[in-house]
Design a protein around this ligand. Structure first.
Ligand SMILES: C[S@@+](CC[C@H](N)C(=O)[O-])C[C@H]1O[C@@H](n2cnc3c(N)ncnc32)[C@H](O)[C@@H]1O
Length: 364
């Protein structure tokens, strides 16, 4: 769907934070895959909704961020990095070509070492074909599918990426789009969720539960597509609509690195993030002294569901099932233990090796 207004457009608050996350992650991704031991001969960075590469205030867009991450972090002698950019608005495509020429006036790598394709067309019709034609498959691919949350992301492509070696995807979603248009989208919307119609039951839910339902369904769709490890979170701007990002990878290290990038995000952006599973929807703005309340609630629920659990298992739960880091777990458990809500099985200090459980109701 071509851009409704002018190209380029002003950068929104949450876009700055999103770019910071992309930058921090790609600064890690390119060297891990191309420069460290066991490196691959080549990788591909692909966008299905690339935009013009620049905003009206002069800020750079995700295609420039990605190419800069390669140039800054991988020596010229290491491997091949391909870039594929798709956008269905001709103005964006023309502007992106111009922006890339301006940002990188002396081609930083030869065409053989860094082929770049900028293609006009829809993501659904052109991205997979572009990856075929540039010989991306069989080597790692990072697919950034950053639509305005209202364009179809090809589910078949997600499935193919999930089985491709060391490949990852990050998808932007505006749950409100699905909530608002559920009646119009109908079965056509099912495709986004891998054919599963469960998302449409959103109609019958209380207003505050609707977005969470869409997010849960999308998370499940990405898992069903074949990505075993997911990280999903909402970026909450001070003004404007929240944005939901879902990251899928085949490797636990991918989740760890993406989570590090999330927690290091520049706080000056004034954008917080939120764990979609927290039923009180508390937003975390301070990354250095994070509010630990949402994690404490999630841990309590986990203990309610699972009974006695080793703290190390809760650290893994935090890493793979929440927005928190493993090192936040003991910090979240401590006040629960002090208040007698959680107990250390067999007594003693709270350590990574301890077992914990909910204290029996009578003991509280
Ligand atoms: C959110 S912007 C991309 C911003 C960019 N990723 C960045 O961070 O700098 C979304 C872009 O998707 C494009 N678009 C919308 N629907 C599309 C579709 N079905 N296929 C391809 N591009 C589409 C729009 O023209 C717009 O440029």
């Amino acid at each position: 769907m071509p851009v409704k207004g002018d190209v380029p457009w002003p950068r929104e608050e949450h876009t700055g934070a999103k770019h910071d996350i992309y930058r921090r992650y790609l600064d890690r991704w390119f060297p891990i895959l191309l420069a460290y031991s066991n490196a691959y001969p080549s990788v591909t960075y692909a966008e299905g909704f690339s935009g013009p590469g620049v905003y009206s205030g002069g800020e750079i867009g995700s295609p420039v961020i990605a190419m800069q991450a390669l140039i800054d972090n991988v020596p010229k002698t290491k491997g091949v990095a391909r870039f594929v950019f798709i956008d269905d608005d001709k103005r964006c495509v023309d502007m992106l070509r111009k922006t890339l020429r301006t940002a990188f006036p002396d081609r930083p790598r030869s065409d053989a070492a860094m082929p770049v394709r900028v293609i006009e067309g829809t993501c659904i019709d052109h991205l997979e074909a572009a990856l075929d034609s540039i010989n991306a498959w069989g080597q790692p691919i990072f697919a950034n599918l950053d639509s305005w949350g209202n364009a179809p992301v090809p589910y078949k492509l997600l499935q193919r990426l999930a089985v491709n070696v060391s490949s990852e995807v990050i998808v932007t979603l505006f749950p409100q789009h699905f909530v608002r248009f559920v009646s119009n989208l109908g079965e056509a919307g099912d495709e986004v969720f891998g054919g599963d119609p469960t998302w449409r039951t959103v109609n019958g839910l209380a207003p505050e539960a609707k977005s969470r339902h869409i997010l849960t369904c999308y998370r499940q769709a990405l898992k069903a597509a074949g990505f075993p490890y997911l990280l999903d979170f909402e970026l909450i701007p001070k003004h404007g609509q929240p944005l939901y990002l879902v990251f899928g990878t085949g490797h636990p290290l991918g989740v760890k690195k993406m989570k590090d990038s999330l927690w290091e995000v520049d706080r000056a952006q004034g954008v917080g993030f939120r764990d979609p599973r927290d039923d009180q929807a508390e937003t975390l703005f301070d990354m250095e002294e994070p509010q630990i309340g949402p994690l404490a609630r999630l841990l309590e629920q986990k203990l309610r569901d699972s009974g006695r659990v080793r703290v190390e298992e809760l650290r893994q739960f935090a890493l793979f099932e929440t927005v928190y880091r493993p090192e936040h777990v003991i910090r979240a458990l401590k006040p629960l233990v002090d208040r007698g809500v959680v107990e250390v099985v067999g007594g003693g200090a709270l350590r990574i090796g301890s077992f914990v459980s909910l204290a029996s109701a009578s003991a509280r």
